[in-house]
Write a protein that binds this ligand. Structure first.
Ligand SMILES: NC(=O)c1ccc[n+]([C@@H]2O[C@H](COP(=O)([O-])OP(=O)(O)OC[C@H]3O[C@@H](n4cnc5c(N)ncnc54)[C@H](OP(=O)(O)O)[C@@H]3O)[C@@H](O)[C@H]2O)c1
Length: 332
């Protein structure tokens, strides 16, 4: 059983811990929170937790766990992942793994100095069967002529922003915004399904504090373009589509894939299956399998392939931000 520690005590962490337990491969042992009461409150459903820390360095140094799941505000991922790798832990970091290629390079160099440790970005949807079904279907298309993918969901925290508060997800200090929060799912889809684009441009609608509320990204490939529609201040009900010749891959939502179809003018074939109730189960199983048998060559290759996709996504995300002068606080 893999002993798990967590950073961040919001709902997504509970979702991940439940998925990790459901996988049968992990057991939660340690909780870090800035407040002891919060750590204890989080752990009330998990009697396996005996270790509570409010000091991050002491937490990472604790021998009570070997894998840490980090679900803190985006701008903290880099320093916390670094601290975890240095302390000898395997690391699962929520998306986006870090903010720019410089940080990504530092993480990779550190990882290279810590042979045998793994670093995973929790891009949950890329482990789900329906994402993989699309990937397989794309590979079989006679030609790809482009795609349009949409993920736009009104955030309840936008109400807080409008009320004059400064929620992390709309804050330049914590690297918030539509692209970082929801766009990263779409960029993972594009990179995973079509490879690295030749060019990437972002056209954001910005808030007064400079953060992108919504936007359109255009990824240019050799023979086609992919359009990404992302937003946190409006809802979209548009499906996603990938254009072959007579075939179109149709999906209800590229990040929350429940329905995928291969359509022609005369036929419709369902490619999707009913997703797991917990949308983080697939990634928990995937990471757990690798960590349980870390020396198997196929597991090492799988982890390397995930990391390569993460590195490419990180580059594309940064290019998108550069194209629209979207920078965060404390970013050199
Ligand atoms: N995969 C998915 O489906 C999914 C869904 C939602 C979010 N996420 C990702 O999960 C991460 C967390 O998102 P979230 O919305 O939960 O973020 P959040 O509410 O802003 O913060 C998450 C946790 O970080 C800690 N924290 C909050 N503010 C902090 C601060 N100023 N300084 C230090 N720590 C702070 C808090 O834990 P303590 O108070 O206990 O210290 C909090 O529970 C993000 O990277 C997001 O992209 C992923």
């Amino acid at each position: 059983m893999l002993r798990l520690g967590i950073v961040g005590t919001n709902w997504i962490t509970k979702r991940f811990v439940d998925a990790a337990h459901e996988s049968g491969l992990f057991e939660l042992r340690a909780v870090y929170s800035r407040k002891l009461e919060k750590a204890q409150a989080f752990a009330k459903d998990y009697p396996s937790v005996q270790d509570f820390k409010t000091d991050l360095e002491q937490f990472m140094a604790s021998p009570s766990f070997e894998v840490v799941y980090i679900a803190s505000p985006n701008s903290l991922h880099f320093s916390q992942a670094k601290a975890a790798i240095k302390a000898g832990k395997h690391v699962i970091v929520e998306k986006p793994i870090c903010l720019n290629p410089g940080q990504m390079q530092e993480l990779r160099e550190l990882l290279a100095e810590h042979q045998g440790q793994f670093l995973f970005e929790a891009a949950r949807h890329t482990h789900e069967p329906n994402y993989l079904a699309v990937k397989e279907a794309v590979a079989k298309l006679p030609v790809v002529q482009g795609a349009t993918l949409t993920y736009m969901k009104y955030s309840s925290r936008y109400d807080a922003y409008l009320a004059g508060e400064n929620p992390n997800i709309f804050s330049p200090k914590f690297a918030g915004g539509a692209l970082q929060d929801l766009g990263v799912y779409m960029v993972h889809c594009a990179v995973g399904w079509f490879g690295k684009p030749l060019n990437a441009q972002y056209f954001p609608t910005k808030l007064a504090n400079g953060i992108d509320a919504k936007g359109i990204a255009i990824l240019t490939y050799q023979d086609f373009t992919v359009t990404l529609n992302v937003g946190k201040t409006a809802n979209s009900y548009l499906p996603g589509e990938i254009y072959g010749l007579k075939e179109t891959i149709w999906m209800d939502n590229a990040a929350d894939l429940k329905q995928v179809e291969l359509r022609t003018p005369t036929t419709t074939r369902t490619l999707s299956q009913t997703p797991a109730e917990n949308e983080l189960l697939a990634e928990a199983v995937a990471f757990g399998k690798v960590l349980t048998n870390p020396d198997l060559p196929e597991n090492k290759a799988q982890a390397q392939a995930w990391l390569e996709q993460t590195v490419t996504v990180n580059e594309v995300m940064y290019q998108l931000r550069q194209s629209s002068n979207l920078y965060f606080e404390d970013e050199n």
